[in-house]
Design a protein around this ligand. Structure first.
Ligand SMILES: [Fe+2]
Ligand SMILES: [Fe+2]
Length: 152
């Protein structure tokens, strides 16, 4: 198993529920990378990129909702950053779909930067604020995020 991105504490935002979502994104990138190494990227590229696109949107929606609920001061800036990342992903997906090309190491290099920047340069900025507002560093019986969706 050759992983493109190996999870380490340097990628943590200090809130387990969000870390778990980032791990899902990392796992999708690693799956695609693995497929290139094993020379079957052609069969899986579009499927994995489409899952990546969908899960990224879900993840960004969660983050943006939390920022709004908690009154994060840099919400607009962070949201703009998400929109840019989605646009980059969409255009990459369209290109792959149009040309029928499969993932390359070059693409993986781009995606690795794309994701690690999101986590390390943007998300890690909100951690102290979220934690101050009651975010749980570790996953408890009842998730911290779910409090905002299920009353009581
Ligand atoms: Fe994130
Ligand atoms: Fe984010």
């Amino acid at each position: 198993m050759s992983e493109l991105i190996v999870w380490s504490d340097s990628l943590s935002v200090g809130i387990q529920e969000i870390d778990e979502q980032h791990k899902i994104l990392i796992d999708l990138l690693n799956q695609l990378h693995e497929a290139i190494v094993n020379r079957h990227a052609g069969e899986v590229t579009l499927g994995i990129l489409s899952r990546l696109r969908e899960y990224t949107k879900t993840h960004f929606t969660v983050e943006e909702s939390l920022m709004r609920i908690l009154g994060y001061p840099d919400y607009e800036e962070h949201k703009a950053h998400h929109e840019k990342l989605i646009a980059e992903l969409e255009s990459m997906f369209d290109k792959v779909e149009r040309t029928g090309s499969s993932a390359s190491f070059e693409l993986m290099h781009f995606l690795k930067k794309w994701l690690t920047r999101h986590i390390m340069e943007e998300d890690q900025l909100y951690s102290p604020f979220f934690l101050e507002r009651g975010a749980r560093p570790t996953w408890e019986k009842r998730s911290w995020i779910s409090r905002f969706w299920h009353h009581g």
